[in-house]
Design a protein. Structure first.
Length: 170
């Protein structure tokens, strides 16, 4: 009788690209579902060291997508070369919030730190600021009405395991 046992898997991240996509309804529970999915994917691919920062930033973008659009949202997780993770959030609202409507500049982190100091007592409106402070790269672009039958916008950020984003935000 043959015996089957699970093979040992290497928990180190692979250099092979992968992509996961999750469609989210316009529901307040969507951010939690996105975080749980993200943690499972990163753990499964040996990228658990990115999980805390990725969860925080994903939660901010999904919450904004649900709050500021009427339709569903979509989460896309992509492993890029050199253990880089790109998280994208699509929603049906075509308005790209500033400063995601322009590419980040060399001094954007300093600008974001100054904004954070100015908004220290605010109780809302800091989600995209957190993304700017913690992500290695970020951006956004509109999606045309005729592109694959969808419209709206896509906001994204990238993380690499080489940098501690929480140190910058703290």
């Amino acid at each position: 009788m043959a015996t089957v046992s699970p093979q040992e898997t290497d928990s180190a991240p692979s250099d092979q690209p992968w992509t996961y996509t999750l469609r989210l309804p316009n529901d307040p529970r969507a951010a939690r579902i996105a975080r749980v999915t993200l943690r499972a994917v990163l753990s499964g691919h040996g990228m658990a060291e990115l999980a805390e920062t990725a969860e925080l930033l994903t939660s901010e973008l999904v919450t904004n997508a649900i709050r500021h659009s009427d339709g569903p949202a979509q989460l896309r997780l992509r492993h890029l070369c050199e253990s880089r993770l790109r998280v994208s959030i699509w929603d049906t609202n075509p308005t790209i919030p500033a400063p995601f409507d322009t590419p980040p500049g060399r001094l954007d982190r300093l600008t974001a730190l100054a904004e954070a100091a100015a908004k220290a007592d605010d109780t809302h409106g800091r989600g995209l600021l957190i993304v700017r402070l913690c992500a290695d790269n970020w951006g956004g672009y509109p999606l045309a009405d005729d592109l694959f039958g969808i419209s709206g916008k896509l906001l994204w950020f990238e993380l690499t395991p080489l940098r501690s984003s929480f140190d910058i935000a703290a």
